[in-house]
Structure formats: structure tokens, C-alpha cells
Design a protein around this ligand. Structure first.
Ligand SMILES: Cc1ncc(COP(=O)(O)O)c(C=O)c1O
Length: 356
């Protein structure tokens, strides 16, 4: 979880607080107090958060186990240096010293999330090596015993990234390849640890898109056809980048829901927004489409329902398909009332316009 909202949502769904790994740079005092009471795993992003947790722990007179988020150069990924403490500059070790000076805090975990849609398993090999090296340094220099290392997520889903011309099957590593890179390195790097009779740190992963991306599809309908001045065929759909944010960087698979006659032709698929950038696919071969024909986009399960926008259009319902084709609506479509229920019109603006 990375925010107050996500923490509360997980708790509301029945996830016990002590099973929540709480990341994110913006944790309010209120949610931190709550998370500390529930023994959630707190992953600290910056020193001000560290001071706040220390203050709360002191007020509660409680020993609080924490982890710190780390950033570093794996040599394979662009460092996400805005999150956590940097290892190379010494900032991360400084944070460890600061924690060791505290009466109420105990460092028990290390976290890092090195990026997303990572196509190179060696990035994880490097990540685990660097984190284990840092873990050894901490245990040599302080009394802390690091119980777990959390390597975040970033494993690619089977979508086509724009700009990569090989099909996903040829460029996306299998989960086994990722696992081998991570586990072989962890075993190697903790070998001495084991020889000294210590426990191997628990390995935590926070896989997102690789797990949920293929759990969802988007069904859209054709609302019109047109010819662009350069001769290409264009089709306007009733769903655009407002509900399919990932269309900006994936070439989502797109298929008609029933067999269609006619010769396939290069087609641009636009959404319904009044913006030029509302392009669902910039070039895809499709047969002629009529108004009302339906097209399915897949895989769209990662981040679209969390990043979609109420912009120009209402957002549609979400339907869950169960075994044997049974369906349930799990989120209702929006309507005017959904939107206006949160709005407050100041009293003086409610007065009718004076008549001329
Ligand atoms: C801290 C953290 N862990 C895990 C993830 C999941 O990432 P992915 O979907 O790339 O696996 C995210 C996503 O932003 C994240 O911020």
C-alpha cells in the first residue's frame, strides 16, 4: 500500500494491519498512528517521516519495527532516486545510524522498487546483490537484525510496449527467469549468513502488473467512421484514454467481438475526447467496422481503474465474469448524480439570473 486511501481500502477489505507493507512518500500522522497500533510494516521514504514515526513511537512508548526504502544504480535500470535513501552517497547508512540512535525504532527490513516493466532479469540480480551487501554492512556495524528484504515489483506483463517491435512472447522474460535471477543471487549472497547460524532474510515481492494485467479487458463500441486527409481509415470509439490510460505506452491487443467481413485495412482508433492525443491505437489492421460493432482491448488490468479519469465522459461499469459465464457488476457506471453529489454550489450562485 502506498497511501492513506490504499491502507484504509485494504483494511476495509479485511486485510490485517500487520500484513500490510506500507510504502509511499505521503503518510499522514493519523494513518501512521493507526498503522503503528496495528503493527503494519512501515517503509520509510524520507527523514521527516522517520522523525514523525519516532515522535509517535515515543508518545506511545512503543518499540516500532521499521524498514527503509533504498535507491541505487543497478546498472540496468534508470534509478528511481526520488524514493527512499540513496546507498552510493552514504545517505542510506546515515539513516541507519539515525535509527540506531533512537530508543523507540528498530530497523528490521530493507525495501526497494527499482522500476516497472523491467525486461532484464539481471537488473534483479544486481538489486539483490546490492541490497544484501548493504544488509551485511548494517549487521556488521550495528546491532540490527534484518528480518526481510522487499524487492518491490516491476515484472513485465504480456503487453506490447510501444517502440518495441518484437512480439511480447519474444521480449518478456518468464516468471521463472525472474525467479532464478532473484533466488540464485539471494542464496549466493546469504551463504555466509547461514554459515554463521543466522536466518536467511525473508524475501518479499510486490508484483503488480505481472499479476493483474491480464485479469481485465475493455469492451468499446464503434460510434463512427471517417477518412483522414492522408487516406487512412479512422474509427471513433466510445472509450478513450480517459478510461484506458495505458494506451499511451502499450499497443494493446484489439479484436472485434464477432467475425467481420471485408478486407482488413490500416486503421487509427480514436476515443471520444476532444483532444488530439486521444488515440487508442495509432495503427492496427482491422476489417470495415459499423456503428455499434464492439472491439475488445486487452490486457488492461494494471492501473487503468486506478488511474482513469472522469474527463468529458462518465466512467463505465466494471463487470466480473465468474466460472460458467455468470456475471456480477462490481462497480456501477457513473451518472450525473455520481459526479454532482460531491459538488457544493455556493448559495449566492444559486440565485437565478435577473430577468432583463
Ligand atoms: C512500492 C511499489 N511496489 C510495487 C509496485 C508494483 O509495480 P509493478 O506493477 O511494476 O509490478 C509499485 C507500483 O508503482 C510500487 O510503487
Amino acid at each position: 500500500m502506498v497511501s492513506e486511501f490504499e491502507y484504509e481500502k485494504a483494511r476495509d477489505l479485511g486485510v490485517p494491519g500487520n500484513c500490510i507493507f506500507f510504502n509511499g512518500p505521503n503518510k499522514s500522522r493519523v494513518i501512521l498512528e493507526h498503522a503503528i497500533d496495528e503493527n503494519a510494516k512501515l517503509h520509510i521514504d524520507h527523514l521527516d517521516e522517520l522523525y514523525l514515526i519516532e515522535e509517535i513511537a515515543a508518545l506511545k512508548n512503543k518499540e516500532v519495527k521499521i524498514a527503509i526504502r533504498l535507491n541505487f544504480d543497478t546498472g540496468y535500470t534508470e534509478p528511481w532516486s526520488r524514493f527512499g535513501f540513496n546507498i552510493e552517497s552514504g545517505q542510506a547508512m546515515d539513516a541507519v545510524w539515525r535509527i540506531s540512535a533512537s530508543k523507540h525504532l528498530k530497523l528490521s527490513g530493507l525495501h526497494s522498487h527499482i522500476g516497472t516493466f523491467i525486461l532484464e532479469p539481471r537488473a534483479y540480480e544486481s538489486q539483490v546483490r546490492i541490497m544484501c551487501g548493504f544488509l551485511r554492512e548494517i549487521e556488521e556495524k550495528t546491532n540490527f537484525n534484518i528480518e526481510y528484504i522487499d524487492i518491490g515489483g516491476g515484472f513485465a506483463s504480456f503487453n506490447s510496449l510501444q517502440g518495441i517491435y518484437l512480439p511480447p512472447e519474444q521480449v518478456i522474460p518468464s516468471i521463472e527467469q525472474y525467479a532464478e535471477a532473484i533466488c540464485d543471487t539471494l542464496l549466493e549472497e546469504t551463504h555466509e549468513h547461514m554459515a554463521q547460524g543466522k536466518n536467511r532474510p525473508l524475501l518479499i515481492i510486490e508484483s503488480g502488473r505481472a499479476i493483474v494485467d491480464d485479469a481485465e479487458i475493455l469492451v468499446t463500441s464503434v460510434v463512427g467512421n471517417k477518412r483522414l486527409p492522408d487516406g487512412r481509415r479512422a474509427v471513433v470509439l466510445d472509450g478513450g484514454v480517459n478510461i484506458l490510460f495505458t494506451a499511451y505506452w502499450y499497443n494493446h491487443d484489439v479484436h472485434p467481438t464477432k467475425p467481420l467481413d471485408g478486407k482488413p485495412e490500416e486503421t487509427v482508433l480514436y476515443g471520444p475526447l476532444c483532444m488530439n492525443i486521444d488515440v487508442m491505437r495509432s495503427s492496427v489492421m482491422l476489417p470495415p467496422l459499423n456503428v455499434g460493432d464492439t472491439l475488445v482491448f486487452s490486457s488492461v488490468g494494471a492501473y487503468n481503474n486506478t488511474q482513469w479519469q472522469q474527463f468529458i465522459e462518465y466512467r463505465p461499469s466494471i463487470v466480473m465474469v465468474h466460472d460458467k459465464g455468470k456475471t456480477s457488476v462490481i462497480r456501477k457506471a457513473e451518472n450525473l448524480q455520481t459526479i454532482t453529489s460531491l459538488e457544493i454550489l455556493p448559495a449566492h450562485l444559486k440565485e437565478p439570473f435577473p430577468e432583463n
